[in-house]
Design a protein around this ligand. Structure first.
Ligand code: ZN
Length: 312
């Protein structure tokens, strides 16, 4: 079996203020807050998950909000933008919304024939909306201000900035099952043929680019999805066989993950679709209460005491 991955699973980035991050992603962008938990390696810090209505892999953007972290810098060795799909016809709605709410955005442009607008979250993380003609059955999350026909569906693509794309391209094609589909300037597009959506990775070759600084407003890692533990173990062997350092699978409660740094410097994760976000709360109340992994449940009171309160 050659293709083991089936597209993006999630992207994890770093934020500063937790409340500001929560407000932006739930109120301004209207994403669904699908899980409120803590950083399993630093349980005094939140781990926020935002997704579409059904919290499907390929729609999940997660954040570690660290109140006192310094400002990061996007650059070489990082994912430097995260693209969402919106329905065709939603573009004007979002442009007006960004202007009305004072969201910093870039002039609209076209990429591989599809209209696109870039904008920044409160920590300076670059996001993009693409009105894609690709069929995309994912249901966005509807809010008071954002109707279904305007809602973000989930990831369209993510862009990795690299000094030289060749070593990373080899990982994408030989290990993860992606195929090159074209280039525009220094942007090289790869698509996962098994992905129903969220299957695009763009590699941006920036020979003279500056190395990124991983702190607030930058991406921490990019996770690719595999169906289950069997596929993950097969991929683990494949990654080891080419001499890359890779962790054993780690239980992240909602998925099982392994991590490796690809040769271009970007931290990659492989995450299983199973067991998913409904393992500890039902679909209709996702994200409403703080969820802790079993090892921290005994410390719930102490953890609650140090986490900042959130409000709309
Ligand atoms: Zn992750």
């Amino acid at each position: 079996m050659n293709n083991l991955t089936t597209g993006l699973h999630h992207v994890t980035a770093i934020a500063g203020n937790a409340q500001r991050n929560y407000h932006f992603y739930t109120q301004v962008l209207g994403l669904r807050f699908v899980k409120k938990t803590v950083n399993f390696d630093d349980p005094g810090t939140y781990h926020f998950y935002y997704g579409n209505y059904a919290a499907e892999p390929g729609t999940i953007l997660t954040f570690f909000p660290w109140a006192n972290i310094r400002q990061g810098r996007a650059g070489i060795g990082q994912a430097t933008s995260i693209g969402y799909s919106v329905p065709e016809g939603a573009f004007g709605f979002w442009k007006e919304r960004f202007d009305a709410l004072g969201i910093r955005s870039l002039p609209p442009t076209e990429r591989f024939g599809a209209p696109l607008v870039g904008f920044f979250d409160p920590d300076g993380l670059l996001l993009e909306l693409t009105a894609s003609a690709l069929s995309d059955a994912r249901l966005g999350h509807v809010t008071n201000e954002i109707p279904a026909e305007m809602a973000l569906k989930g990831f369209h693509q993510t862009t990795l900035s690299l000094q030289s794309i060749a070593p990373t391209a080899r990982i994408l094609t030989e290990l993860l099952g992606y195929e090159p589909v074209g280039m525009q300037g220094n942007r090289h597009r790869f698509v996962n043929p098994l992905a129903t959506a969220g299957g695009i990775v763009d590699l941006l070759e920036e020979n003279d680019g500056r190395k990124g600084l991983n702190a607030a407003g930058t991406v921490h890692h990019v996770a690719f999805r595999v169906p289950d533990d069997t596929a993950e173990r097969a991929l683990l062997e494949k990654i080891r066989s080419v001499g890359l350092q890779v962790t054993d699978p780690i239980d992240r409660n909602y998925f099982h993950s392994l991590y490796f740094r690809e040769p271009g410097g970007v931290l990659f994760e492989i995450a299983t679709d199973t067991p998913g976000f409904m393992v500890d709360e039902p679909l209709d109340s996702l994200g409403e209460s703080l969820k802790l992994p079993p090892q921290y449940e005994a410390y719930r009171e102490q953890i609650l005491a140090v986490l900042p309160n959130l409000h709309q």
